[in-house]
Design a protein around this ligand. Structure first.
Ligand code: NOJ
Ligand code: CA
Length: 553
């Protein structure tokens, strides 16, 4: 992004890259990725063309939920390096024009956290009231259990405390009690601490669950929104230009509420959209995507959706109907090991049977639907997964850098790796790695890099433009216009696995020339009759529409 005065809306033009320090590069041969390793690989990320890194939790933690169980909010997990290593990393990232945000886990802590340890042993300690205790496990009975495969209740009996404690996730992750002002103050201090160190914002974990109220679902409560607005006010006041991204896996109107009146989150993940992209693909019907985009727009002007195809979790199917979920399981998760809770634990390439056209088309959607694209590390290589690893570890294996030992991720003895590398014959790291793919001009990596470049060139339209869906009878074809002032991009996708034809009526562009945006190839002029396309299986086009009086090129 250009130098000069800092742009407070920088995030709307950015491409985000989600990365786990542990998984990226191991600098000291102990089998675990670390900050010095990530620092060494910054050039790769710059070359890829991404602008903002989202780091998964790197704080001290027993890692029973891969770091989302924090034991010490003010220190780095020593396996990942020191605070100095982290500062060096930030400095080096910033020097290259990259922003960095990190996970902020507000809702819960690890049961190893001293706050909880003190609370459970001493009922008189001020820390006791930092958590949510009860003599019965029947309070807040209207609240769903999220980790259905492992948790039977949101209450767990603590024999030391002699009471139940409340937790929305694993039984080793007690929820903080946000009714206690000291908790609210402490979390503000955590925010201040890391923003002072130099982070550019946070991906705020599990934000719908901060407060509990009897007779409700204990999600999206007004009290929760009010506190989140306090966090935003603090950030705007003390750290202007920093961004807050909400992880709220909710129905459209409930997620939209997290933007507030431009006074809560600048960004929120578009959870409703993600499963519907995969649904539309296998249904070979655009309806699900069109409907959900219409339901998730408009949003306040300074805000942006974070769009993603996959991330470090299972592909969640919490916010779809039972019928839709069955369809998704049938299409994408026939093996029971591919399922977890209400979701599918697979990476992007294996999900679509490594079909190149589909992978390209999905990236076409990711980069041109309204919002900020967020890539998950390794998906740019078409990395595979390992469904035989527990929990969500199968999609969290080491980044594949080269055909060398341990995929070039680590010089440790292979048995030491925190997770094994992918050796499945269809996705073996010996062929699927950065070095090999950089040598092959037609590789997915080279293609994704190119698409990122094109996306940056089309930034004002794609970052800020309006969207208008085009209504054509063939529902296998999804077509929309992204427009900003007199600039227009026509996007057309064949969602089906067979070739198809489409006629798109574009009367207002009579005399204009569609220029294919990835190659610069001009197509025949649009006339009075509907424009006729043929599209190969899962093919897509982006066309810049060139006005009759615009010079060609
Ligand atoms: C959402 C995170 O993405 C997930 O990995 C984690 O297990 C839960 N929140 C609990 O923190
Ligand atoms: Ca290491």
């Amino acid at each position: 992004m250009s130098a000069g005065a800092p742009d407070p809306l920088w995030y709307r033009k950015a491409i985000f890259y989600e990365v786990s320090v542990k998984s990226f590069f191991d600098s000291n041969a102990d089998g675990i990725g670390d900050f010095p390793g990530l620092t060494q690989k910054l050039e790769y990320l710059v070359d890829l063309g991404v602008n903002c890194l989202w780091l998964l939790p790197f704080y001290r933690s027993p890692l029973k939920d891969d770091g989302y169980d924090i034991a010490d909010y003010y220190n780095i997990n020593p396996d990942y390096g020191t605070l100095e290593d982290f500062q060096t990393f930030l400095h080096e990232a910033h020097r290259r024009g990259l922003k960095v945000i990190a996970d902020l886990v507000m809702n819960h802590v690890s049961d190893q956290c001293p706050w909880f340890q003190e609370a459970r042993v001493n009922p008189k300690s001020p820390k006791r009231d930092w958590f949510v205790w009860s003599d019965t496990d029947r309070k807040y009975s209207g609240t769903r259990v999220i980790f259905l495969d492992t948790e039977r209740s949101n209450w767990t009996w603590d024999p030391v405390a002699g009471q139940y404690f409340w937790h929305r996730f694993y039984g080793h992750q007690p929820d903080l009690n946000y009714d206690n002002p000291a908790v609210r103050e402490e979390m503000k201090n955590v925010v201040r601490f890391w923003l002072k160190v130099g982070l550019d914002g946070f991906r705020c974990d599990a934000v719908p669950y901060l407060f509990e109220r009897e007779g409700t679902s204990c999600e999206n409560l007004p009290e929760t929104h009010a506190f989140l607005k306090e966090i935003r006010a603090l950030v705007d006041r003390e750290f202007p230009g920093c961004v807050l991204l909400a992880e709220a896996n909710q129905w459209p109107s409930d997620v939209k509420a997290y933007f507030g009146q431009e006074d809560e989150f600048q960004m929120a993940f578009n959870f409703p959209l993600m499963p519907r992209i995969f649904m539309a693909l296998r249904k070979e019907d655009r309806t699900a995507v069109v409907d959900i985009i219409q339901q998730t727009l408009p949003i306040p002007k300074s805000c942006a959706w974070g769009i993603f195809l996959r991330n470090h979790d299972e592909l969640t199917l919490e916010m779809v109907t039972d019928e839709e979920r069955d369809f998704m399981y049938h299409e994408y998760a026939r093996h029971p090991k591919m399922r977890l809770n209400l979701g599918i634990r697979r990476r992007l390439a294996p999900l679509v049977d490594d079909d190149r056209a589909t992978l390209e088309m999905l990236h076409g959607l990711l980069f041109s639907l309204p919002g900020v694209p967020i890539l998950y590390y390794g998906d740019e290589l078409g990395m595979g997964d390992n469904i035989y690893l527990g929990d969500r570890n199968g999609v969290r294996t080491p980044m594949q850098w080269s055909p060398d030992r341990n995929a070039g991720f680590s010089r440790a003895d292979t048995e030491l790796l925190y997770n094994p590398v992918i050796v499945n014959p269809n996705f073996h790291y010996e062929a699927r790695n950065v070095e090999a793919e950089m040598r092959l001009p037609t590789s997915l990596l080279r293609w994704v890099r190119y698409l990122i470049q094109v996306r940056h060139e089309l930034d004002p339209i794609l970052g800020e433009g309006e969207i208008r869906f085009l209504d054509l009878p063939n529902r296998k074809v999804l077509a929309y216009l992204r427009s900003r002032g007199s600039e227009h991009l026509l996007c057309v996708y064949n969602l089906s696995k067979s070739p198809t034809a489409a006629e798109i009526s574009l009367p207002e562009f009579n005399g204009w020339t569609p220029v294919e945006a990835l190659s610069g190839t001009p197509f025949p002029k649009i006339g009075e009759l509907p424009y006729f396309f043929t599209l190969g299986p899962h093919a897509f086009f982006w066309f810049r529409l060139q006005g009759p009086h615009e010079p060609a090129g």
